[in-house]
Design a protein around this ligand. Structure first.
Ligand SMILES: NC(=O)c1ccc[n+]([C@@H]2O[C@H](COP(=O)([O-])OP(=O)(O)OC[C@H]3O[C@@H](n4cnc5c(N)ncnc54)[C@H](O)[C@@H]3O)[C@@H](O)[C@H]2O)c1
Length: 332
């Protein structure tokens, strides 16, 4: 039984905690928030001990793993401190995305996890759905032939205006992660951004990408749409066909190049995913399964290295917009 704690009890920490409670391989033993009322409320809800500092938590509990679900500037500015404290203490850490809004901090966190030899995962939950696994299987089985193109769209409505790069840094770890899941590492990017009228945040972006394997891709991102119409769409094309995965898990279609017969996988009303929160359940259960099984560190799905890699792509896109040139993406 893995003993776990959740650090940061906002909406998302309170999404992680019940998943640990429900998993038979984990025991939630404590919650921690620097806001006392939040820690106390969560502690009462889950019947566990409340802590108001990570140092105190680490001193008083024998833990195997933690979720770090803090937020901060660009939804990632607060992750560094508690994550480094927990990694330093030798704990396995599942962090929320973005790994950090500060790329130097993100690199340091990944280095620290490597140095300590602990597991480090990031909650890049969008790909933890059965249709994405099916699409990946099609790619691996050669149903698409040699990969050539990928188009990704992720757009929601979010009025957050707290920084110019909030949209790019806070939302697009998800979209770039889905792209990397199918096509691997990104080598170069070229990006354009704009702001909807009255906004300080670059709320729209178009990013062209060249992957290391030669695939060429495109990402459309926006904070100015209604996600009830469409949240995301991923299309991957190869020499023998293409697939389209609509809305993360709602509908997956394979279009073979040399046949008119399509394969359609739908999220069944009977036993399909119950809603977007199921992506958290799937991702965290996979994390628990891998940590409990003691898999080799480089096999952790959506690892710290993956979390860093997507942030490197986003930073390169920002640089590209600023320089007006294609920019190389550093290896994570
Ligand atoms: N994976 C997803 O689909 C998804 C969706 C939404 C949000 N998120 C991410 O989840 C994270 C949390 O989001 P939220 O809306 O719950 O944020 P929030 O601001 O409501 O909650 C964060 C909490 O962390 C606490 N905190 C900060 N630093 C701390 C520290 N050092 N020790 C203890 N507690 C600390 C804060 O006091 C706060 O209560 C963000 O990084 C966000 O980007 C992920």
């Amino acid at each position: 039984m893995l003993k776990v704690a959740v650090i940061g009890l906002g909406n998302i920490g309170n999404t992680h905690a019940p998943i640990y409670m429900a998993n038979e391989k984990t025991q939630l033993v404590a919650v921690c928030d620097i806001i006392k009322e939040r820690a106390d409320k969560a502690a009462a809800r889950y019947g566990v001990k409340a802590y108001y500092s990570v140092a105190d938590l680490l001193q008083n509990e024998e833990l195997d793993a933690v979720s770090v679900t803090s937020a901060g500037v660009e939804n990632g500015g607060d992750h560094y401190e508690p994550t480094m404290q927990c990694l330093e203490a030798g704990l396995n850490v599942l962090g929320e995305k973005p790994i950090s809004n500060n790329i130097e901090n993100a690199r340091a966190m990944v280095r620290k996890a490597d140095e300590k030899g602990v597991y480090y995962g990031i909650n890049l939950n969008h790909r933890f759905v059965p249709p994405a696994a099916k699409a990946k299987q099609w790619v691996d089985d050669g149903k698409l032939g040699d990969l050539l193109l990928i188009n990704m769209t992720m757009w929601i409505g979010n009025p957050n205006n707290s920084s110019p790069w909030f949209h790019a840094r806070a939302l697009h770890p998800h979209s770039v992660d889905v792209m990397r899941y199918y096509c691997g590492n990104v080598g170069r990017v070229m990006a354009f951004f704009n702001k909807a009228p009255g906004r300080d945040c670059y709320s729209n972006m178009q990013v062209s990408m060249e992957f290391e394997n030669g695939v060429v891709g495109h990402l459309t991102g926006s904070y100015d749409t209604n996600p009830r119409h469409n949240l995301e769409r991923c299309e991957v094309m190869g020499t023998e066909g293409r697939f389209v995965l609509d809305n993360c898990y709602e509908e997956l279609t394979l279009y073979p190049r040399r046949s008119d017969e399509l394969t359609v996988v739908r999220n069944s009303i009977m036993g399909g995913l119950s809603g977007f929160n199921a992506t958290f359940t799937n991702r965290i259960n996979r994390w628990i399964e891998q940590v409990d099984a003691g898999v080799p560190r480089n096999e952790i799905d959506a690892s710290g290295h993956d979390g860093l890699a997507v942030q490197e792509v986003i930073e390169a896109a920002i640089r590209s917009f600023e320089t007006g040139r294609a920019e190389e993406v550093p290896i994570a």
